[in-house]
Design a protein around this ligand. Sequence first.
Ligand code: RB5
Length: 154
Amino acid sequence: MKKIGICADHGGFELKEKMKSFLIENHFQPIDFGAEQLDKDDDYPDFVIPLAKAVAADEVFRGIAICGSGVGACIAANKVRGVRAALIHDFFSAHQGVEDDDMNLICLGGRVTGYASAEEFVLAFLNAEFIGAERHIRRLREIEKLEGNWSNSV
Ligand code: RB5
C-alpha cells in the first residue's frame, strides 16, 4: 500500500479526517502529520513543513496538505526543496499537475472545497503519473536551479 502523508490545521481538520477514511477505502495508507485534534489556534506551518519534508525525502509517496483556503499550506510546502505543491480547485489540474509538472503535494481548502470534489481531486492526483517528456523535464530543471543550495534544515 502506498503511504500518503496528510496534514491539516483547524481550517482543514474535518476534511483531513474524512480524507483519511477515503484513502483507506481506496487502498492507500494515510500517514497523519497532524493536527491530532481540532485546535482553533494552531498554525499550518507546524504540520505542513514536516509533511513537505517527508515528501521531499520520499518517506511518503505523495502529500495532501489542507488549511482553510489551501493558500497558506501551498506557500509553506513550496518552500521545501524538492516539493512541487499546488492548490487544486478542479479535476483537470489535479491530474495534469502530476502529468506535466510532477506535482508531489496537493493542497486543498477545507473551507472551500466540498468533500465529493476533494475526493475526486485526491484520487486523480494519486493515480496520475508524470509523463516525463523532454519539455517537462527541461522546465523542472529550470525550477531546480533556483533551489541550488537551498537547505531544508532551519
Ligand atoms: C486559519 O484560520 C486560516 O488562515 C488557514 O487555515 C488558511 O486558510 C491559510 O491559508
